[in-house]
Ligand binder design. Structure first.
Ligand SMILES: [Zn+2]
Length: 160
């Protein structure tokens, strides 16, 4: 695990010259150490397994990937933990999700297909993976047996 962290620190160091690069490497290490501690304690899974899973998932630079938006605090209300994908699907029930942008009902939890008209000839196609994400209205679902988490539109069945 330390080898992976060292490799990531080197990547951060290489992203900028001199002190700034060194600071980025240090910040990244602190972030990872704290996050892995929090997740592994709360979920009772090994830090190494978590880090390997994150690294498999990561498709862009470490300093952009290792951010609160991608690994939110597991204690926050926004995070829901499930043992398996089946448990999650059962808990959602009907596949209906609230689009954070148009407030319509989408059957796709990542990309709005509500058909709501946003302006003339433009229906909502909001994507949770876009620049503005879930506008703070979605949920972050973590599935333990996959060691994977992601942000989704809020299932209608979970609305208060
Ligand atoms: Zn929408």
């Amino acid at each position: 695990m330390n080898q992976i962290i060292e490799k990531l620190k080197q990547e951060a160091r290489n992203s900028w010259d001199g002190d700034v690069g060194e600071q980025r490497a240090q910040d990244l290490e602190n972030y990872l150490v704290n996050k892995l501690e929090e997740y592994s304690t709360k979920l009772n899974v090994s830090k190494e397994a978590l880090l390997i899973s994150w690294e498999e998932d990561r498709s862009y630079s470490a300093i952009n990937y290792y951010q609160e938006a991608n690994q939110p605090s597991i204690k926050s209300d926004k995070v829901k933990v499930f043992e398996t994908v089946e448990d999650f699907i059962k808990k959602v029930g009907k596949p209906e999700f609230r689009c954070p942008s148009c407030n319509g009902v989408s059957t796709n939890p990542y990309s709005c297909n509500s058909g709501e008209e946003m302006s003339k000839d433009k229906t909502c196609d909001w994507k949770v993976g876009g620049l503005f994400g879930d506008l703070g209205k979605g949920v972050y679902v973590f599935v333990k047996d996959q060691l994977k988490g992601e942000t989704l539109f809020l299932p209608l069945s979970w609305e208060d």
